[in-house]
Design a protein around this ligand. Structure first.
Ligand SMILES: *[C@@H]1O[C@H](CO)[C@@H](O)[C@H](O)[C@H]1NC(C)=O
Length: 979
């Protein structure tokens, strides 16, 4: 949720006033907030590149280099004698010429060749490594460049490739072969420094080939003497220092104790036309160019986590989270880079035809994508991935930053939220009504109003007098409660949480090292500093069941405002010269801040009770690389409009390929009052978000599904039931995300990397490996849509089994009246469902399964089911069922997908209970005539029996299908059916 729109001046001016005035102005601010507002973000509340000193400087640097192109010499050179390759790492020294007297600064570079085939280039500044600098304003911050992003973001994959070898070396360059079968090669040219990365002899990625590398070396501020009265100021010589030392934006001044220290680098993708990734932004999945021109952006993509009020669409503006991972794609190849830097970062993108080889010019010439990465501070740290497939990229990026956590199973069901359910009775009433209308849901949510005066870990004593009674009713219905806890802690006497935070010195500091105070929901607040291990320990203590009274085992968490959002701060966040644990400036770690808070809450939930080993569920708004290990994200405060519905699909697809696929958008839109048809369409789309939550602003009218009236309540209920019946397939898709980083919903280029006409498609998606292809309707009054078909396989309509054949690369027109979702089944897949309607996923845990077999053109199909207890970590001890189903010829079979001999697994409680769960029905869509019989033989566990078949011959475009009823085979055991 978002802060009120208010004139910043009101908020700022309250700081120095007595509490009474503060309270009065607070009320005033609330009133101001409810005055009708313009429907778009105040763009000028957030910086454009030219308002950000380091962005402006680096764009100017790039323009200068580009304008001189052939005469431009990057001032960075490797000392030719310095490179040494040892145990998979190349170490060398770069000299940067810093003035026309030829003076230089030294920058040690390390290129690490990892076993995975990923290469990592790190550049630091020697003088700052040695702490040989002076800080301005007697600042107590660290002198080094920030080098701890790795500590938070990276969890593995750093093993070095000790087989990496020098393949060539002279005084101009060094070539190193590395990676599996030494197929990869890095070529480092010395003067000027340039790095090329090759796969099978061809160059895919170049660093600094345009000479935009810029590491602003430390320098003392030299105060120029003021010109004496009557004298002319001396003519300006040298560089423009206007943005080096202090910078003011929106009335806030950043004091920059280390002066200019940005890091920037150009990265070129040779022969690549599409780049994806670097969430979180609105706009198309295939990223746009950013330096103007028809249809392009004028501004670079910005990553500076911020609470952006009523964000705009199709924009490179920053949003709440950042993942600086980009992949480039062309037919037959995917490569990428991961820019590990937690400071404010901008990325420019341009595209151009090959110019180095004149024969490549003209229509046949290949496009290159050029990118320019600009961060405010920190070391230069970039990982280079050479693919060759999109799957290799997501897998290797996940190996480094971690894979999606296996979720609490309930959390992939539907979540019912609004700001706010006003009392425990209100919650209980919504819960009862959902049952009365037979609408399934798993979780109901409480926004900030449940607290006593915005003091987290307390309950409003009148409206939430009996949280345990509320929790128990939910538990009886197999449901959960999620409550919000934010990182700002109300600064008020008598609030023990604030007292502990400040007296134990666990809060973020001001630039002078005193405790920082700012404004957020509760008014004056302090912020927990989760970079401090002691703060994490303290945070854990607050969540114990006996400390956070009113919570139970079915209570889970929501972390909002963790960018952090500070209402009276610059760009609604913290001053950059604030100080965190370890004496790092906020500037250095800003984009990691949300992750560290999310991490602390995750850790707190794991340790709520001794001996209780359960998976946490924590939703976060702010995130960074690695946040996928900790829970789910949503796209923040969207609007109840058709264009926001449309925008949610590329945003969620982009999260998936950037390693954080557990993503959703507020269903039906946060701000505003959606029309009923929009609500219906949004639920139909939301049923295909990995994270599926309905949410609404405090000013929005109530819109729980049962309030809509017919036909809309029925339409929404049908979308929810579809989601619930497919939960086994969704859970299996999460399992793949957890195992190898595969997106949960997959874009066309990822599943079909050879089909060029699909590379820019971002409005349709596959669900995991089920072959289910959905294209949600996102336009009003639209009753059909054209689905792009990626291959020559047969497709069936999900609801009618209509055969939908076409050629690859063509579109299929699918009807979709307001009660229909355009959903196809690709031939060749088998996916699991649970078809008995229940009130929540918990109530479905031991239901029998339905298998849907969608037969390919060649008569085969395969698919998987993964299931575990959905709650504990026993899955890590082999307590799971993982089946592979195969249709080959007339034989349909189930076998353990890991090749385990199932009988030898020692079953715990859950696995024992699963023993009585069976395959109930099997629906074979596109069934060959062999299935045209009354019964089939099944064999399992040394027994064989016959089961009935209903066969329906093809007619009027509908495929033939067979329903095998009451199969009776145990889901966890091998079986074979012969048709
Ligand atoms: C949370 O952060 C701490 C401190 O860096 C780390 O030890 C821990 O592994 C993190 N937890 C998770 C789940 O990543």
């Amino acid at each position: 949720m978002i802060h009120f729109r208010r004139p910043p001046s009101i908020m700022r001016s309250t700081l120095g006033l007595s509490w009474k005035w503060t309270a009065l102005l607070c009320v005033l601010a609330v009133i101001v907030a409810f005055i009708p507002q313009a429907a778009a973000v105040k763009e000028h509340d957030f910086k454009k590149c030219h308002q950000s000193g380091f962005c402006k400087r680096n764009r100017a640097y790039a323009d200068n280099a580009a304008s001189q192109s052939s005469t431009w010499n990057s001032p960075y050179q490797v000392i030719p004698e310095s490179p040494v390759l040892k145990d998979g790492q190349l170490h060398a020294i770069i000299l940067k010429t810093i003035n026309d007297k030829g003076e230089t600064a030294r920058f040690p570079i390390t290129v690490s060749f990892l076993k995975s085939g990923v290469a990592r280039v790190t550049v630091d500044e020697e003088r700052r490594q040695k702490k040989d600098i002076e800080l301005r304003h007697n600042s107590p911050v660290r002198k080094e460049r920030y080098n701890e992003a790795e500590k938070w973001a990276i969890v593995g994959g750093l093993e070095l490739d000790k087989q990496a070898q020098v393949a060539f070396q002279d005084k101009n360059q060094i070539n190193i072969k590395y990676g599996p079968e030494s197929k990869l090669e890095a070529v480092i040219k010395f003067a000027p420094l340039e790095a090329e990365f090759r796969r099978d002899g061809a160059t895919h990625i170049k660093l600094n080939d345009r000479g935009f590398l810029n590491m602003e070396h430390w320098r003392p501020k030299v105060d120029k003497p003021e010109p004496k009265e009557g004298e002319e100021a001396p003519a300006e010589t040298g560089e423009d220092e206007s943005t080096w030392w202090d910078e003011t934006f929106g009335g806030n001044t950043d004091t920059k104790p280390r002066g200019p220290e940005s890091v920037a680098l150009d990265v070129s993708f040779v022969g690549y036309e599409h780049v994806y990734g670097i969430p979180e932004h609105t706009g198309p999945m295939s990223l746009k160019q950013t330096r103007g021109g028809e249809g392009n952006f004028e501004e670079p993509y910005r990553m500076y986590n911020a609470d952006v009020f009523e964000y705009i669409l199709d924009s490179p503006m920053t949003l709440y989270g950042s993942i600086p991972f980009m992949q480039a794609h062309r037919k037959g190849s995917s490569v990428g880079v991961f820019w590990l830097n937690a400071a404010e970062t901008w990325v420019d993108i341009t595209k151009g035809k090959h110019s180095s080889n004149p024969l490549n010019l003209g229509p046949g010439g290949k496009t290159n994508t050029h990118t320019h990465w600009i961060s405010e501070s920190g070391v230069l740290d970039v990982f280079v991935f050479l693919g060759p497939t999109p799957r290799d990229l997501t897998q290797k990026y996940g190996e480094l930053t971690g894979y999606t956590a296996m979720p609490q199973e309930f959390s992939i069901g539907y979540h019912q939220c609004r700001w706010n359910y006003i009392s425990d009775d209100d919650v209980k009433d919504v819960d009862r009504k959902m049952d009365k209308f037979k609408i399934p849901y798993d979780v109901i949510w409480l926004d900030i109003e449940y607290t006593d005066d915005k003091k987290y870990f307390t309950w409003e004593p009148h409206s939430f007098a009996d949280p345990i009674g509320m929790g128990k009713q939910l538990d009886n219905h197999g449901r959960k409660l999620v409550v919000i806890i934010d990182p700002h802690i109300k600064k008020v006497d008598g609030y023990s949480v604030n007292k502990e935070l400040t007296s134990q010195d666990l809060a973020v500091h001001n630039k002078d090292d005193s405790i920082y105070e700012g404004w957020c929901w509760p008014g004056s607040s302090n912020w927990i500093d989760c970079f401090n291990p002691k703060a994490i320990e303290w945070w854990k203590s607050l969540y114990k069941y006996d400390a956070f009274k009113g919570t139970m085992e079915n209570t889970f968490l929501w972390n909002d405002m963790n960018e952090p959002s500070v209402f009276n701060g610059p760009e609604t966040t913290m001053p950059k010269d604030n100080i965190h644990h370890g004496q790092w400036e906020h500037r250095d770690i800003h984009n990691l801040n949300g992750l560290t808070f999310h991490n602390a809450t995750f850790e707190a939930l794991v340790s709520r009770k001794k001996g209780e080993k359960r998976r946490p569920f924590v939703l976060t708004r702010s995130f960074y690389s690695g946040s996928q290990r900790l829970g789910a994200m949503w796209t923040g405060d969207n609007q109840a409009s058709w264009d926001h519905l449309a925008a949610s699909i590329p945003m969620i697809l982009n999260q998936g390929i950037a390693g954080f696929p557990y993503a959703g958008a507020d269903v039906a839109g946060f701000f505003g009052n959606p029309e009923k048809d929009l609500i219906a369409r949004w639920y139909q789309a939301g049923a295909f978000y990995p994270f599926f939550r309905g949410h609404a602003h405090i000013d929005a009218r109530r819109r729980e599904p049962y309030l809509l009236g017919e036909p809309y309540t029925a339409i929404v209920t049908a979308a929810l039931r579809l989601r619930y019946s497919l939960l086994p397939s969704w859970y299996t898709a999460f399992f793949y995300a957890n195992r190898d980083g595969s997106p949960i919903v997959r874009p066309m280029f990822w599943t079909h990397p050879e089909e060029e006409s699909g590379f820019a498609i971002d409005d349709q998606m596959f669900v995991g490996s089920t072959g289910l292809l959905v294209k949600p309707i996102v336009d009003q009054d639209k009753e059909s849509t054209d689905i792009w078909i990626p291959d020559d396989e047969v497709y069936y309509d999900y609801a009618t089994y209509q055969t939908m054949s076409t050629k690859k690369g063509k579109h299929l027109t699918v009807k979709a009246t307001i009660d229909q979702i355009p959903l196809l089944m690709r031939g060749g897949h088998i996916f699991p469902r649970r078809d008995i309607p229940r009130r929540s996923s918990t109530m479905m845990r031991f239901d029998d399964y339905t298998l849907v077999v969608s037969v390919s053109k060649s008569g085969s199909a395969e698919g998987e089911l993964y299931v575990d207890d959905g709650d504990t970590f026993d899955n890590e001890q082999g307590q799971y069922i993982y089946r592979k189903f195969t249709l080959a010829g007339n034989k349909l079979s189930s076998a353990d997908a890991d090749g385990r001999y199932v009988k030898t697994i020692k079953a715990g409680k859950w696995l024992t209970d699963m023993h009585d769960v069976h395959v109930d029905r099997i629906i074979v869509v596109g069934a060959p005539s062999a299935w045209n019989k009354k019964e089939v033989d099944i064999e399992s566990d040394g027994r064989s029996w016959k089961v009935k078949v209903e066969y329906h011959a093809a007619e009027k475009g509908r495929a033939a299908f067979a329903v095998v009823g009451r199969v009776g085979a145990r889901i966890g055991q091998d079986w074979v059916i012969k048709a």
